[in-house]
Design a protein around this ligand. Structure first.
Ligand SMILES: [Zn+2]
Length: 88
């Protein structure tokens, strides 16, 4: 076996190992499990939750905890019943 052949074989093995390790690393990456969602690393973490304001007291809270009434959002049921402060 010539020296050039040996070097080429070593390079081929190194490349195979490189791609195999990269494939293994990708398989363990949880971000690769959601290919439907495009990766947006700049935006992830900036807004973990959408904060909205209560129309009665102005308190900011997660949208998931909102009380809806007449298309407006409130922090609690009491404020939803009281309505927007500006109209009172
Ligand atoms: Zn409120």
């Amino acid at each position: 076996m010539g020296l050039v052949t040996r070097i080429l074989l070593l390079v081929a093995i190194a490349l195979l190992a490189f791609f195999w390790i990269r494939k293994m690393l990708r398989a363990g990456d949880p971000s690769e499990k959601n290919p439907a969602q495009p990766a947006q690393p700049d935006q992830v973490g900036d807004r973990p939750q959408d904060l909205i304001a209560c129309h009665h007291c102005g308190l900011h809270f997660p949208q998931a905890d909102a009380f809806l009434k007449d298309g407006r959002t409130y922090c609690c049921d009491d404020h939803a019943k009281a309505g927007p402060k500006t109209n009172n």
